[in-house]
Design a protein around this ligand. Sequence first.
Ligand SMILES: C[S@@+](CC[C@H](N)C(=O)[O-])C[C@H]1O[C@@H](n2cnc3c(N)ncnc32)[C@H](O)[C@@H]1O
Length: 566
Amino acid sequence: MGGFDEDVADAPSVLHPGLLESLAADLAALNYTVGGVADFVGQEAYAALNRDQLVPVLLACEEELRAAAPSPLVVPILLWLVGGTLTQDQLDLAFPITGAHGLQALRLIEPVDAPAPDALRRAAVELRPYSSDADGDLWVASDLGALQRPGVLRHDHVLGIGGASLTLAQITVRPRVRTALDLGTGCGIQTFHLLSHAEHVTATDISPRALAFTRFNLLLNAGPLGIDPGALDARVSLRLGSLLEPVAGQRFDLVVSNPPFVITPRSTEESPEDQFTYRDGGLPGDDIVSGLLADLPGVLVEGGTAQLLGNWEIPAGREWDERLREWLPEGTDAWIIQREVQSPLQYAETWLRDAAENRDRAAYVRRYADYLGDFASRAVDSVGFGYIWLRRAPGRAPAWVRCEEITHEVEQPLGPHLGAAIERGDWLASAAPGGAGTALDQGGPHQEGPNDNAPDDNAPDQHAPGRDLNWEYLLVAGDVTEERHQRPGAEHPGVILLRQGAGLRRTTLLSTELAGFVSACDGDLTAGQIAGALAVLLGEDGPDFVPDLLAMAGRLVLEGFLIPAP
Ligand SMILES: C[S@@+](CC[C@H](N)C(=O)[O-])C[C@H]1O[C@@H](n2cnc3c(N)ncnc32)[C@H](O)[C@@H]1O
């Protein structure tokens, strides 16, 4: 798609650089930050706001307004977080540099009724403080949600920072890279994070309004994001267009995307205006996700990675990961973690509620039935949601595919843990100089559960050449603890578990010999020496004992219970 207007009439204005600077100065002086707002309304009320409950914050604001000299911080909170109305005087007082006129010129507020000078003003958009470890305090404009502006959302609604946005930001592995792509940027949240470790970010969206919000947010936060407002292109390119079309012919070190993955019933009469662009890519079923899995490796440099969130349909009688594996192109490493599974009914209810479509009863009944009919037409039994990590395989080893289901709570931010796990996987897959190499299973559907280290029934998809653990020194990772359970009076424990305190917080069941192996992993002996000593101790002279133990130790390394000694 060709050029596009930088300034879009119904999005915040970027035509007044001076006003953006004034606004940043006013917001900083007000202490309109995550910490400032939480202290002002109280931690509990702030937590309620994050659960989409406005009342506690509204009550805190009303109490403040009754005070003899209310804090001016009440003004932006009432305006942009609660969706309340304010007078010009209140706005001028709270924003002494920008003034009510400036806020209106930036299209952040609007008159409630007629544009009379004394009319009350209300928010035209949401402007919310956001805080990130890398960039500090930011302000992020997006469309008002259904709570602040009742009614069904507009179809080109620009999403604020939501649970999925934060999840993707937290699971992203962040090496320093030259080029990054944020596909479907929305209000720009992923781009803000990418700027802390990418020299240049390309942010794309099919919505000109989304790109206008992102541009506004980048310019408003130019200082903390390390951007020269006069030379935005030096750090960020904003591109309008669908999926990979705006970056045809380009390659990136890193791609992140929280794409419009919501499965939506299609109808022959619908037009693009009928689709909620923030969640619906306009394709049937899970075609958005299958298309991205197939095409994203093609825009990666060799060794480049992509991370995205997605939904996938699980047809009756098929394993959840079968279709995902079929979508992946040759030469792609992939690690897919299924985090949640919903029935078609639960799925329909979630997404009808999300867009406030449950307010019109007749339409709700019709749309609910549409969802069920749509899923039934493809024999969909359930819908999976999860994290997808892809890598254009570096070429030095065969590509691997790993699919596992982890539905328990994990530790966020997960990105550093995923990065470390991938490094361990690469270490295991690479033959040590002079090492003979043992096969390592990186594949097969894998469920977290008590039989993790039982002999593996899952046929591995690919075998990496593999590191021979015989010669390696291993340590127990710092967050790992062991639990032993035994019947009262029993001589030996019936169950030995290893638990991770951090990252994916896995639990795994150990056999007695594997527990013995782990307890000896203190870096003094090689894995081969430990396994050999255990064979003697336990009187195990079969040819498989040591290789089997080392293969199980390899899985413990892959999963992060054991780590290579430095
Ligand atoms: C779920 S929102 C994600 C926004 C933001 N990146 C985040 O993490 O919160 C999906 C975004 O993709 C955009 N989008 C929808 N269809 C698209 C398409 N075909 N190509 C590119 N972007 C699209 C929407 O406009 C929206 O901004």
